[in-house]
Design a protein around this ligand. Structure first.
Ligand code: ARG
Length: 568
């Protein structure tokens, strides 16, 4: 069956048209209190304002015209003229029994997420992008999009020239280095480069290094085979390591989704020439720049998008412009979503604006921005030495906490469940607060079994699974009488519209809040409504309600990328 709010809305609109000759938006909302029923329409106030008539009088005329008796009890009018609607139990039962599903919407959405950098460990910022991006991909696919994942890995730029020169100078084999080795090599090469570029002449050994590193970048970007082989090795080692994190997290990203910065290399000259032909570029300190109206720095001076640097190299912006062209022109995106931390907001604002001006971007492009993960001291999460916290270690710690929680539980696959609960706890904590906010990485809170946490929801699901295993099958909700039962049923009917809202707003926390409400209503239901000890139709109907609740929890957690173990 179709979702209830749209049906109710269209009936109210029909009544406004019949009475006032105009189809008004009924402004249907969830009731603010249970005693007001299930939904409320404010349309009488709106019309009263427009026609300068008392809203209560308008509400009375609308209610007389409203045809809702197949779905609702007799509507009531409250306060200044709210129309309150209470669904009939059989309407709710039908909606629970026939949940709404989505069909393809024919739209293609590109989601740019995770995006770690080669030769560096993934850090908590990449964790956020990966977890939020994965959940959004699931939600978008569920609501009918074709989802195209793009892992825009940072694998291009001057640093690889430095690293390769350093490697050669130290006489190391590229094959001998793992990710940690690469990271240290990067540090050494950076220091070397800084020392060297401070020295003007190329006469001494160090001055030569900066020069050689620059030449090496040119060799890399123009495809010199030996240079490419060493670079390729660095990329492979890093991607192998990222894959380990992805496997531990249980994300959907694969190697096929990696389209790194390097993939756009051959398009970069074209990006510059097309912008040039359109007269969008200016020479500034030897660099080719676009100055967009309205983008000013703190000093009030115009801010450039640097498309080609003074040394002829291309940077992050050029690559992102090429990526937009590719996503619209080749991947045929109808919508593009970038899951990247809030510090890059200005970058994307400028890239989108320039790409639109150049005619490359004619579909919605959204920066799904997120806040910073903080350490216990309320400052950005770092090791005691000030380095980046290794993601794998953090996740391992969460799994260990979850494992301790499961001590002594019977009938539980301890290893698999600890993994599901630990990883689920971290993911849920990340997804459940408004993504724009910073949050403190606090394992105690994340792994807690009470409150709005992953383990709480997983436990609600596992408990239902155990109950249902004792109950025998029943799939038809046929009676809803107790208020706790009605409340739970009403919530279940909101699943599809909640998921749809997440697809629209790209705010996964809305789904978390919804699932938490469902789990909370379920625990009230357990208190008020015996299931297994009831009899006859009541028992069968309650078992069916539990079955539907279990499905919503399982599907909802699944969309968030969180496992729902059958026992814990
Ligand atoms: N690699 C970048 C970083 O770690 C994020 C890339 C975001 N995506 C993009 N299309 N620019 O900060």
């Amino acid at each position: 069956m179709s979702a209830l709010p749209p049906v109710l809305s269209s009936r109210i609109t029909a009544a406004t048209e019949a009475v006032f000759g105009t189809p008004y938006d009924p402004e249907l909302r969830s009731a603010t209190k249970p005693e007001f029923g299930h939904y409320q329409s404010n349309v009488a106030l709106r019309i009263g304002n427009a026609l300068n008539k008392p809203p209560r009088e308008i509400a009375t005329r609308l209610v007389a015209e409203l045809r809702l008796d197949d779905l609702c009890e007799q509507p009531s009018i409250a306060g200044p003229g709210f129309i309150n609607l209470t669904l009939l139990p059989r309407t709710l039962a039908k909606a629970v029994n026939e949940p709404e599903t989505f069909s393809s919407n024919g739209q293609r959405v590109v989601v740019d997420y995770s995006q770690p950098n080669v030769a560096k460990q993934m850090h908590v910022g990449h964790l956020r992008s990966t977890v939020i991006g994965d959940a959004l991909c699931n939600v978008l696919a569920f609501t009918g999009y074709v989802v195209i994942r793009q892992n825009h890995v940072g694998d291009w730029g001057t640093q690889y020239g430095m690293m390769i020169e350093q490697l050669l100078e130290e006489g190391l084999e590229a094959e001998s280095l793992d990710l940690e080795g690469l990271q240290h090599l990067y540090e050494r090469s950076r220091k070397h480069f800084e020392r060297s570029s401070g020295i003007r002449q190329h006469s001494d050994a160090d001055g030569n290094f900066a020069h050689k590193a620059r030449l090496r970048v040119v060799a890399l970007q123009s495809g010199d085979p030996g240079t490419r082989t060493m670079w390729r090795h660095m990329v492979e080692v890093s991607l192998d390591d990222f894959d380990k994190v992805y496997a531990l997290l249980g994300t959907n990203l694969t190697r096929a989704d990696v389209v790194g910065e390097s993939a756009y290399n051959d398009d970069l000259p074209r990006v510059v020439s097309e912008l040039d032909e359109q007269g969008l570029l200016t020479e500034s300190d030897g660099a080719r720049c676009a100055f967009l109206p309205g983008f000013l720095g703190r000093d009030g001076n115009p801010l450039p998008v640097i498309v080609r640097k003074s040394d002829g190299g291309f940077g992050y912006s050029a690559t992102d412009l090429a990526a937009v062209r590719h996503r619209v022109g080749t991947l045929h995106a109808d919508r593009i979503v970038y899951v990247v931390d809030h510090r890059q907001a200005l970058h994307f604002d400028m890239i989108f604006t320039l790409a639109r001006t150049a005619g490359w971007l004619d579909v919605p492009a959204e920066h799904v921005s997120f806040g910073t993960v903080l350490g216990p001291n309320g400052k950005p999460f770092k090791t005691r030495e000030g380095g980046t916290v290794k993601l794998v270690e953090l996740l391992d710690r969460a799994v260990a906490r979850a494992d301790a929680l499961l001590a002594g539980r019977e009938g539980v696959d301890r290893e698999a469940t600890a993994r599901a609960v630990g990883i689920g706890a971290v993911k849920y904590a990340d997804l459940s607060s408004d993504r724009g906010n910073d949050y403190v990485f606090d394992l105690d809170r994340m792994v807690a079994m009470t409150g709005n946490t992953g383990p709480y929801l997983q436990y609600a699901h596992a408990r239902l699974t155990r109950l249902l295993s004792k109950a025998g099958p029943s799939t038809e909700v046929t009676q809803l009488t107790d208020p706790a039962e009605l409340r739970l049923a009403l919530l279940l009917t909101g699943f599809a519209s909640t998921v749809e809202q997440v697809a629209e707003t790209l705010q996964p926390h809305r789904l978390c809040t919804y699932l938490y409400d469902v789990a909370s209503a379920l625990s009230v239901f357990y208190e008020q409504c015996p299931v297994l000890s009831s009899e006859g139709e009541t028992r069968a109907s309650r078992i069916a309600l539990c079955t539907a609740t279990r499905k919503v929890l399982q599907d909802g957690l699944g969309l968030l990328g969180i496992e729902a173990p059958d026992a814990m």
